[in-house]
Design a binder for this molecule. Structure first.
Ligand SMILES: Cc1cc2nc3c(=O)[nH]c(=O)nc-3n(C[C@H](O)[C@H](O)[C@H](O)COP(=O)(O)OP(=O)(O)OC[C@H]3O[C@@H](n4cnc5c(N)ncnc54)[C@H](O)[C@@H]3O)c2cc1C
Length: 388
């Protein structure tokens, strides 16, 4: 073996995936159809995930979490996807453990950690992050939400858009401009906002094509009073430090459950192609179908290597947005191929709601839009390779 090129997961890591997969098969997959149909986030399921410690994966043990790194957290989510856990619930979990928990873990004061992390670790408090606005998506630096200091409080005004866990969340990390003369990513600060703070309101739940179990909404701030003790890091560091730090975690960890979803989709396609008989043969005996299955497997393995590499670099503190963007972009393209072929293999049944491949087909589109669109990932990769 070439030194330094061991691609295997440890026994511990394989157990992590297997345990999560077993949980998902038993507790999540049976609910997936109903949660999607009713666009429902199940608090009962969330409670079971809490008992397993899932909401606290990335929170240090001293605050009640498991203190896992990026790769191990990613593997846990992969197991949930592989076992047929619905992507909506997984998306809500992923947002909670990365963009809600991590800003406090990485940059919070001791008082903030003690107040928020133990209850976020158990899942009693669900978290989210408000960065995107109606007029600021890919160009997040164009955000217009303002925070003005008045005595012991900041006063927030503005609206956030497409916020995962908006309707269910208790704690939100909110980006707002504190320096009104600043432009772009400078002059923006991060705040911990609780749902009961005066002047804070949650907009109506948004109806989505996929990931429907994950509740999404606007967040509205009208003279919302946030204690000065709830700023994370210093004024002006919200975007450049807190936001970036959390989004790095989001990118690598969230990819885990999408990778697992690709594996589940292949498993369903293999099963179906074995039992579906046409022209007196199981359709898996037709080369056209066999090649689809082979290409799905190829995409899964290539995606896994890229995702694991990005997460591994994160754990080594050698974060590289080139490698993360390559993984995210490849995963998005690969999963779109995967879900398309899964439906095709299922023929007409693949278009029917009771088949999970129909749901996966709708869910997967988010990978090309959320957490930075594919166009933006290409821009990041191109910018970085042109710099060299
Ligand atoms: C289900 C869901 C959950 C989400 N959860 C959260 C959340 O929890 N918190 C949060 O803050 N945000 C969240 N988002 C927002 C998400 O991050 C944004 O949707 C995403 O960043 C894209 O922004 P946009 O939708 O405004 O699209 P736009 O930025 O308006 O893009 C529209 C199109 O133009 C393209 N485009 C834009 N700029 C360029 C450019 N410079 N070059 C080439 N093409 C370009 C885009 O690639 C895209 O194809 C969520 C979104 C969804 C759909």
């Amino acid at each position: 073996m070439t030194e330094g090129m061991d691609f295997s997961l440890s026994d511990y890591q394989q157990d992590l995936i297997r345990n999560m997969e077993n949980f998902a098969r038993k507790e999540m997959a049976p609910l997936a159809y109903e949660l999607d149909r009713d666009s429902k986030f199940s608090m009962e399921l969330w409670g079971k995930m809490g008992e397993l410690g899932l909401p606290g994966l990335t929170i240090p043990e001293q605050y009640g979490g498991s203190g896992m790194g990026a790769l191990d957290s990613c593997l846990c989510l992969q197991g949930l996807g592989r076992g047929g856990g619905d992507t909506g619930t997984n998306l809500s979990l992923g947002a909670h453990i990365t963009i809600a928990n991590m800003p406090i873990v990485l940059f919070g004061t001791e008082a903030q950690k003690q107040k928020y992390l133990p209850r976020m670790a158990t899942g009693e408090w669900i978290g989210g992050m408000g960065l995107t606005e109606p007029g600021a998506g890919s160009d997040a630096g164009a955000l217009q939400t303002r925070a003005e200091r008045r005595g012991d409080h900041y006063v927030l005004n503005g609206t956030k858009m497409f916020i995962t866990n908006g309707p269910t969340g208790t704690v939100f990390i909110v980006m707002a401009r504190t320096d009104k003369n600043s432009k772009g990513s400078r002059g923006v600060s991060a705040f911990i906002v609780e749902k009961d703070f005066p002047g804070f309101a949650v907009g109506k739940k948004l109806e989505k094509m996929g990931n429907r179990a994950s509740p999404t909404s606007e967040l509205i701030f009208e003279d919302c009073l946030v204690p000065v003790g709830n700023i994370i890091a210093s004024e002006g560091e919200g975007f450049t430090k807190v936001g970036q730090g959390a989004l790095e975690w989001e990118r690598v960890v969230q990819m885990g459950f999408w990778l697992g979803t690709m594996e589940y989709s292949l498993e369903l396609s293999i099963e179906y192609s074995r039992q579906r008989v046409q022209f007196k043969k199981p359709i898996c005996e037709f080369q056209a179908i066999r090649h689809k299955l082979a290409m799905m497997k190829l995409d899964i393995d290539a995606t896994a290597l890229l995702v694991y590499r990005a997460a591994y670099l994160k754990d080594l503190n050698r974060w590289s947005d080139t490698e993360a963007s390559i993984a995210k972009l490849y995963l998005s393209q690969a999963i779109m191929r995967n879900v398309t072929e899964a439906v095709q293999i299922h023929g007409g049944y693949g278009l029917m709601k009771e088949y999970a491949v129909e749901r996966n087909f709708r869910d997967a589109k988010l990978t090309e839009v959320g957490g930075g669109t594919s166009e933006i990932q290409k821009d990041i990769i191109a910018r970085n390779i042109l710099k060299k």
